[in-house]
Design a protein. Structure first.
Length: 44
């Protein structure tokens, strides 16, 4: 699983996306980040 390649593809899609898609993606990424942070707290 090439994570960096996946990220680059996501960034490329993000740059070409419409404003609405960018806003939705930002919200999704923020939620994803918060969930990950909570999970790492629980695991530690």
């Amino acid at each position: 699983m090439d994570v960096i390649f996946e990220l680059l593809m996501l960034i490329d899609l993000f740059m070409n996306a419409s404003l609405t898609t960018q806003i939705l993606a930002s919200i999704f990424l923020l939620l994803f980040y918060l969930v990950l942070r909570e999970l790492t707290k629980l695991l530690m």
